[in-house]
Design a protein around this ligand. Sequence first.
Ligand code: NAD
Length: 478
Amino acid sequence: MGFNNDRKFYNIINGEKRSAEKTHRVTDPRTEELLWEVPVATTQELDEAVAAATKAFQSWRWTSISERQAVLDKIVQVIEENAAELADIARKETGKSLLMGQIEIGNTTRQIKVIASQAPQDHVQHEDSEVKILATHQPLGVVAAICPWNFPVILSTIKIASALITGNCVIIKPSPFTPYAVLKLVELCQAVVPPGVFQGLNGGADLGAFMTTHEKIAKVSFTGTAATGKKIMAACAPTLKRLTLELAGNDAAIVCPDVDLAQAVEQTATGSFFNAGQMCVATKRVYVHEDIYDAFLCKFKAEVKEKYRIVDDGDVPSVFGPVSNKLQFDTVERMLADAKERGLEMESFEQSVPEKGYWIPATIVSDAPEDALVVKEEQFGPIIPILRWRDEKEVLARVNLDNAGLGAAVYSRDIAYAENIARKIEAGSVYINKFEIPNENAFFSGFKSSGLGGELGKQGLLSYCYTQSIHISKVSPY
Ligand code: NAD
């Protein structure tokens, strides 16, 4: 599985492709080959991009919603026309299979269409005999979008489409672990977007930090770890930037004793091992009622053994894959070492792992204590603890950790009971009888340490706007 060596990648500033003196190359997580060279943007280039965006904003902000929708339609077209190339690039940099690359690009276009259809419209907030009060939504200005590596394209296009449809200009900074597909997308879109409206710069924490302090950037939309989110919030304070933080979660699934075992096992296993657990709302702890614990565990092991095996050849369809980078690989290894040291019962079903690549076999840890790393921290990798619960109050206390505010799932035949439990879970999205996955029609946000504000759905788009109230007197002499 070689890679197309001829591809070139650029930072995109004011509609132009820019190379740079400083470049880096990402390691393919499947093969450990070095991928393409990619330019690293300087702070001077960030200034140039911000200046171009500020200028472009003066006209882009006054375009109508339908004009912006037309541009987003063209972006969708560009992605569809280049889907094969984008999927191939995304799978190489993340280590995903081709199938997963295709899923990501396919979901991206669907998501942009939904976001484009949900632009906030003016509405009457109040009217009586004396006054009519309108709500109108105005763009903020230049938005910096700072993104993670696990689903580089789709997580970027949430921010891109949300910023553009609300009349903002956007500068996207992908993760330095996965810069390629996003920069290629920005490059391809220059044919359909006015210069300065949509730009892309590659860089690491230092470039991100400059974005958060830049005086002419109005908003930062960030997706990543809670530790970085806290730094960003502090850095944004002096310039009072608008801020959205989509952070980590330690999502729990509660499995009630009345479930259809086969369905609950299938869904919790998908939640745990889809993309090898590298999903913000992946199932990260499974709490199974003690009455069915042994039967569940047995079936869960059989499911994982059958469906979540290492498939070395990325052309073979699989939703499981390697850990996407060495840094994350080491984090998951530390959790495994902690579990081993504690003598916890662990099971994986691989006889051997490929010599090359950041592979960790799907691993099930049973009856782990709450203070084991694999329970108390987000794994973001293919290792899942299966825990026992007895009564509702006790399980909710264990589920509602401070770092578990993003997602959760409840499995029960009794939907009213499951919904009641869902309301007691302190997380932004709770899924009943299905594994956790964002839906672009629904607001997506983290409670507590899992975020600040949110994205998607009509509510998410409001975080890209100032809402202005216009009070029109009906009793004035005019
Ligand atoms: P990260 O916090 O290490 O990096 C994210 C981005 O922030 C990168 O682009 C990085 O270069 C940049 N960055 C790092 N330090 C910065 C600083 N001081 N100032 C500005 N930018 C800085 O996160 P990651 O490892 O790339 O992503 C994985 C994490 O993201 C996981 O914890 C996962 O749960 C979370 N995540 C959350 C969601 C969500 O929607 N809530 C979605 C996907 C991933």
